[in-house]
Design a binder for this molecule. Structure first.
Ligand code: GLA
Length: 412
């Protein structure tokens, strides 16, 4: 074992100490940051994430019954019966239980595509397991720790079931999304799970959220994404997220469009007129939300070209514009995210910075010249002043994050 054991090392070691045996199966799934393309996934738009070098790992062995017994580093022991209703499981293990439910539904619907042997009535019975789980992904830092646990658990259950139904990256992502939407009650899009399941080392991935087609874009080695975790954590933002989604859906309906993916800046005047007749749609608010989505989609496509051409100044400029649009038009930034982005932009070697993920709190990212990452990190730490109106649970933490590989079964 290395001096700095990975999440996979730690999950395996915890398994050994708890179950007195080595785990035959090991899976891992990374967190993500989105370089650009924020709050566009649920509008059928474009996103450009990278998978992180931080993962969540589960070491496990099958059990003969349909129970899951799992020890989590830092969060203690959890147990559930697969046959119970997932929402009856409290705390973090609800993600695992939700995955068992969503994967079962997926496999039952797809039984005809593999040689899985469903029981009476097309029923698939996933096996239980003993396991240990460890993670390097800071929770609540906008790095998609929940998508990582969902994707890792889906791979694990699928592997232990010996299922021959193939799981594509979109399948893995949709299973995780169902857990978020239907078990956890968060109406999130597909960005996080797609990034965790489908990341590629050294690349960002352009995803068209309308048809889930992808393009891997080589990430220039002369630049590094640095995660700036402000240590602030989200509170009561799920309602804000749902509100943004509802406004976008209502604005698309008012414009006669399937989604805002098809909106253009020319639609803004039309929207003002259409929204005036809709009691639930404030025309000024709707206009700004739509303007963010339309301009963010354009920025994301432009960012792909800039990244592919190695035009780091242009890529950075697009990231800054994205932040301003999220702050002023979409109104999903927050005092700490704004302050850390401002501090980053004052530092030498920084091409651009923006909030990433859902927003309000947690982490931002900066695009930094690779040979200046070290001085950037000390500079930004000196310059960042934590806003007193948004208390943090931890001090600013910085993580340089090379684009890394997506989720996989590590063993056997
Ligand atoms: C959260 C959601 C994603 C996406 C982002 C914003 O991370 O889980 O689906 O909507 O916010 O881009």
């Amino acid at each position: 074992m290395t001096a700095n054991p990975t999440a996979a090392d730690r999950a395996s070691a915890t398994f050994l100490s708890i179950f007195d045996d080595s785990a035959p199966v090991l899976v891992q799934a990374p967190g993500r940051v989105n370089v650009i393309g924020e709050h566009t996934d649920y509008n059928d738009g474009f996103v450009l994430p990278i998978a992180l070098p931080f993962t969540t790992a589960i070491a496990a062995r099958p059990r003969p019954d349909r129970r899951v017994v799992v020890e989590s580093e830092g969060f203690g022991r959890a147990e559930f019966r697969i046959d119970d209703e997932p929402r009856s499981t409290e705390g973090w293990a609800r993600y695992l239980h939700g995955v068992a439910w969503a994967l079962t539904e997926h496999l039952e619907a797809r039984a005809d595509t593999g040689s899985d042997d469903p029981g009476p009535g097309g029923r698939i019975d996933l096996p239980g397991w003993d396991g240990a789980i460890a993670t390097d992904i800071p929770a609540g830092a906008s790095l998609s720790s929940s998508a990582a646990i969902e994707v890792a658990a889906t791979l694990l259950f699928h592997h232990l079931a010996g299922s021959t139904v193939e799981l594509s990256v979109p399948d893995l992502a949709r299973i995780g999304q169902r857990v978020e939407n239907e078990v956890m009650g968060l109406p999130s899009g597909l960005l996080d799970q797609l990034a965790s399941a489908g990341g590629r080392a050294g690349h960002a991935t352009l995803i068209d959220c309308r048809d889930l087609s992808t393009r891997a874009v080589p990430f220039p080695s002369s630049a590094t994404i640095v995660v700036l975790d402000t240590g602030t954590r989200r509170e009561l933002v799920e309602s804000e997220y749902a509100d943004r989604q509802a406004t976008c859906a209502a604005a698309a309906r008012a414009l006669g469009l399937t989604s805002l993916r098809d909106a253009t800046l020319d639609d803004l005047d039309r929207l003002a007129a259409a929204a005036a007749d809709l009691p639930d749609l404030d025309p000024d608010v709707a206009l700004r939300r739509v303007r963010h989505v339309v301009t963010e989609n354009a920025r994301t496509l432009a960012a792909v070209e800039a990244m592919a051409a190695g035009e780091l100044g242009e890529l950075g400029r697009l990231m800054i514009d994205s932040h301003v649009s999220l702050r002023d038009d979409y109104e999903v930034s927050g005092p700490a995210l704004d302050a850390v982005v401002e501090a980053a932009l004052e530092c030498a070697g920084c091409y651009g910075a923006r909030m990433t993920g859902g927003g309000f709190a947690g982490g931002a990212i900066a695009l930094v010249a690779s040979d200046e990452v070290e001085s950037f990190c000390s500079d930004v730490t000196d310059r960042y002043v934590a806003p007193i109106n948004q208390p943090a649970v931890a001090p600013l933490r910085l993580y340089p994050t090379p684009p890394s590989a997506g989720a996989r079964v590590v063993r056997p």
